[in-house]
Design a protein around this ligand. Structure first.
Ligand code: HAM
Length: 416
């Protein structure tokens, strides 16, 4: 029986890979301009990192992690997100010693055992950035501006920025008492998950997508009405700087995000093209995370974006992808006995810096020509018996259909 791909995963086929190259190139170029440096962390980490980093009562940690024991019984987890790993690497490699502010970006696959649906996968790719070491509201704004600039360069339109402040430990203490008391009074109307959340982590209720819960959430006390002076001032500055840059945003008082590490600013960028899974990117500030993971208290802010969701949105908006690079030279052999000679010539062409290929199944000349057309080859080099006897080949321009005989020695000069 044929073995099929696991649920919630996908192959990226050669016909689509140019899209990925293009997006990765735009991300790298844009973020280099913003002073960010790429970091690559392992695909799996000790489970404890995500439990402590993301939060024990989050859906990600509770229900969605791919966790397995190694051969010695230690618990490992495929990374469900990048921030906790980047913070671990920041601490482990003592990166704070080299610079007070560290600006990092990453991309790669993340793993969450969610119910697959349009735009939601079990293995998906994110790109993300983390700005570590700055408490300034300008840092929050830079993160949002960088995300928007990447999308603008990619040609994505009609994105909406939703922002909120989720406060800090100090202001949350009083707020949680108020929220708990409100939710307890409505407990009977909440979904089964939220009934549990009221005690364990009531702010998680605000993130529930259940329609009945959403109705209750609308009436619940809002965190932004309960911010301490410092958080309030920070939020006002973030909004002011966004205004200065003419970045449009909407305040969403119920936005709390699905990870526990956020403090102060939380934001999402949504795309109307995505249906139910409309968040194309999400992020915010996490001023307690590094301390939570055993480091010295260090502020941080960042975001991550789904690459699959970016591609889906671009395709739905009919954004033009850059053209697929065509092959420069395709070698055609009239007689199979000259295949080795053709291959030597091919290697010479490739070494000279041209993309070049030939047929490897000994097809007829007609089908070799068809293959050259399929690859969209700019030139064909035809090795015919008669020309070879004069140490020559035929060089054919596939666009103009012009062709001429060229001595093999001068072929590279001719192509150049
Ligand atoms: P997140 O909101 O969990 O945040 O994920 C960020 C983005 O990843 C989402 O907006 C979405 O585009 C994409 N994504 C998440 N889950 C899936 C899925 N199952 N299938 C497809 N795409 C998905 C984080 O991961 C934080 N680490 C972001 C961050 C960085 N906050 C601060 N720094």
């Amino acid at each position: 029986m044929e073995i099929k791909i696991p649920k919630g995963t996908q192959d990226i086929l050669p016909v689509d890979i140019q899209k990925w190259y293009y997006i990765e190139e735009v991300i790298r170029k844009t973020l280099n301009r913003y002073g960010y440096h790429e970091i690559r962390t392992p695909m799996f980490e000790h489970t404890e990192l995500f439990v402590r980093g993301i939060g024990e009562s989050t859906d990600i940690v509770n229900k969605e992690m791919f966790t397995f024991p190694d051969r010695k019984g230690r618990s490992l987890t495929l990374r469900p997100e990048g921030t906790a790993s980047v913070m671990r690497a920041y601490l482990e490699n003592r990166m704070q010693r080299s610079s007070k502010v560290m600006k990092l970006f990453y991309f790669g696959p993340m793993f969450r055992c969610e119910k697959p649906q349009a735009g939601r996968f079990r293995q998906f790719n994110q790109f993300g950035i983390e700005l570590i070491g700055s408490p300034s509201p300008l840092a929050d704004v830079e993160i949002i501006a960088a995300a928007l600039e990447i999308y603008k360069t990619l040609g994505l339109k009609k994105l909406q920025v939703l922002i909120n402040s989720v406060g800090c430990k100090k202001c949350r203490e009083d707020y949680i008492i108020k929220l708990k008391s409100f939710l307890t009074s409505k407990k009977d109307e909440l979904c089964a998950d939220c009934k549990n959340r009221v005690e364990k982590n009531p702010m998680r209720v605000l993130d529930c997508k259940n329609i009945k819960c959403q109705r209750i959430i609308k009436e619940a006390p809002k965190i932004n009405d309960n911010l301490c002076n410092e958080c309030n001032e920070h939020f006002e500055k973030v909004k002011g700087y966004l205004n200065d840059l003419k970045i449009r945003y909407k305040i969403d008082e119920t936005l709390v995000r699905g990870l526990d590490y956020y403090t102060k600013t939380a934001f999402e960028i949504i795309s109307g093209e995505l249906g139910a899974q409309n968040a194309i990117a999400g992020g915010g500030r996490y001023d307690d995370l590094i301390e939570e993971l055993g480091g010295k208290a260090t502020p941080g802010v960042g975001f991550a974006a789904g690459i699959e969701r970016t591609i889906i949105s671009m395709d739905k908006q009919n954004v033009k992808w850059p053209g697929v690079d065509s092959l420069e030279v395709f070698a055609i052999v009239m007689d199979e006995k000259n295949s080795s000679l053709a291959f030597q010539l091919l290697q010479k062409i490739r070494k000279a810096g041209f993309s070049a290929d030939m047929d490897f199944v000994g097809k007829s000349i007609k089908s070799q020509m068809r293959a050259a057309n399929k690859y969209n080859a700019k030139y064909t080099v035809i090795l015919g018996e008669e020309e070879l006897s004069r140490k020559c080949v035929i060089l054919r321009n596939m666009g103009t259909k012009e062709q001429k005989e060229v001595n093999m020695e001068y072929l590279i000069d001719e192509l150049s």
